[in-house]
Design a protein around this ligand. Structure first.
Ligand code: NAD
Length: 481
């Protein structure tokens, strides 16, 4: 397969990004495979896309909810028809095992259908007025043109769980996808054109964060900003948005924990801890990166965990058996390796790449389980975004919850127990936006609110009914006789 130079989608037409050089988007399983050439982009491209979104706003927000719903249903249908192509492209570009890519495409379809349904629901409420005979109500109105800045790890689901509600509630969109998932974003743009979204309603502009993302966020037509990515970039995005007094949400990293209580189903806990930590090479924002296990069952649990990790094959993702796959880039692989070298943790098992020439062609990190003792050390605090799981041993539930909460993050958490009191204590005290009992730390139903506490999020939530809160603002109306 040959690499294409990607074009922006602006005002319903594909146009080459302005001048400048390109970056290769590489297949992480085999870096000799250049998936696409991504323009580094410029402020001109960002400005053109923001202006196209602004020009399209009047007609789009003026359409009825049911009419917007029809457009989103059609878009869902086009994606469903091209599911196989989209899943293969995702697997090639971001190194996601094919079964998970297929799952993500199916989820993209569900997201569009869900928000198509939301576009026809009530968009305000009637509130009794003090003045007799007066009718008082709220209207939820779109923010305007919104900028969506997305990471590479869920290259279809994240752009759509932002774009679908934005569009359903009458906003227009400029998507700035990750440079490392730009080919999938281009295919998404093609599906929007095929679904006949009105020109300018959904725009895609390629390029780096500094070249394109920053000018986009500064454009006066942009009235809302939804960002998902690393905490460092999220902090810059939040500062810029606050300075412009523009509504924003920043969804960022995690150091997600799975607690194993002394009465846990150890088999289930080990299976889901291994899968949560290692599948997709630990590159889900909700991946399990820490386990806190009760001292009484720690040895037994580790035996089971080891067996479960061994059951997840590492390999290039064109091998259908591969469960782990590569990490996204050489930079990511080297950063993980360096963090492990600098850290103090004891290796429990794994961490040795098999002697196989295939692993020299891509960006591989062998699944590794380490023992953590100091909750303040960097390996216990920092998100590594790789197939590395740290295990703490806790003396009791209080200690386990304290260890679990001792990070700057608060995205997702799980506890395995058979005791209702233990479960309730944990649910109340754990500092995480997504809290499970006897489940994995990864994923959430697309119709339920999604987001983190503490350093994982700016506080708002995505998906489900929470998206209406973000993508609309309230107008309070009183009509007197
Ligand atoms: P990243 O922060 O490097 O990049 C995210 C996006 O921001 C990219 O499109 C990038 O081009 C853009 N960007 C970079 N600098 C910018 C700037 N100065 N101005 C504007 N935009 C800029 O993140 P990544 O490596 O693509 O993604 C991995 C991270 O995303 C992990 O930390 C992961 O936890 C997080 N993540 C969080 C969630 C969540 O919902 N909480 C979901 C998925 C991923």
């Amino acid at each position: 397969m040959t690499a294409a130079v990607l074009a922006d989608l602006v005002g319903g037409a594909f146009r080459p990004a302005d001048g400048g050089s390109t970056l290769p988007s590489l297949n992480p399983s085999d870096a000799s495979d250049v998936v696409a050439l991504v323009p580094e982009g410029s402020a001109d491209g960002a400005n053109a896309a923001a202006e196209a979104a602004s020009a399209a706003l009047g007609n789009w927000r003026g359409m009825s909810g049911p009419a917007r719903a029809d457009v989103l249903y059609t878009w869902a249908g086009v994606i469903a028809q091209r599911a196989d192509e989209l899943a293969r492209a995702m697997t090639r570009e971001v190194g996601k095992p094919i079964a998970e890519s297929r799952g993500e495409v199916a989820r993209a379809v569900v997201i569009l259908r869900y928000y198509a349904g939301e576009a026809v629901r009530a968009n305000g409420e009637v509130i009794p007025a003090q003045a007799a005979g007066s009718l008082q109500f709220t209207l939820r109105e779109p923010l305007g043109a919104v900028a969506l800045i997305t990471p590479w790890n869920f290259p279809l689901a994240i752009p759509l769980w932002k774009a679908a509600p934005a569009l359903a509630f009458g906003n227009t969109v400029v998507l700035k996808p990750s440079e490392m998932a730009a080919q999938v974003a281009s295919l998404l743009a093609e599906t929007a054109v095929a679904a006949k979204l009105p020109p300018g309603v959904f725009n895609v502009v390629h390029g780096t964060g500094p070249n394109v993302g920053t000018p986009l966020l500064r454009h006066p037509a942009v009235r809302g900003i939804s960002f998902t990515g690393s905490s460092a970039v999220g902090a810059q995005v939040a500062a810029l948005a606050a300075g412009r007094n523009v509504r924003f949400q920043t969804e960022m990293g995690g150091k997600n924990v799975l607690i194993v209580a002394r009465d846990a189903d150890l088999d289930a806990a080990a299976t889901l801890a291994a899968a949560g930590a290692m599948r997709y090479a630990g590159q889900k924002c909700t991946a399990t990166s820490r386990v806190v296990v009760a001292r009484e069952v720690a040895d037994e649990f580790l035996v089971r965990l080891r067996a479960e990790v061994d059951r997840l094959p590492l390999g290039p993702v064109d091998d259908p058996a591969a469960a782990v796959g590569p990490v996204i880039s050489a930079r990511s692989r080297d950063a993980i390796t360096q963090a492990l070298r600098d850290g103090k943790a004891e290796r429990l098992f794994g961490g040795v790449l098999p002697d196989d020439a295939r692993f020299a062609r891509g960006f591989y990190v062998a699944p590794l389980v380490i023992r953590l003792t100091d909750p303040e050390e960097p390996l216990a605090q920092r998100e590594l975004f790789g197939p590395v799981l740290g295990v703490f041993v806790a003396d009791d539930l209080d200690h386990a919850i304290a260890l679990a909460n001792q990070t700057p993050y608060g995205l997702s958490a799980s506890l395995f127990t058979r005791d209702i009191k233990t479960a309730l204590t944990y649910v109340r005290r754990i500092e995480a936006g997504l809290v499970r009992v006897n489940g994995d730390t990864t994923g959430v139903d697309p119709h339920a609110p999604f987001g983190g506490m503490k350093g994982s999020s700016s506080g708002s939530r995505e998906q489900g009914p929470a998206a209406r809160e973000f993508y609309t603002e309230t107008k309070t109306v009183q009509i007197n006789p």
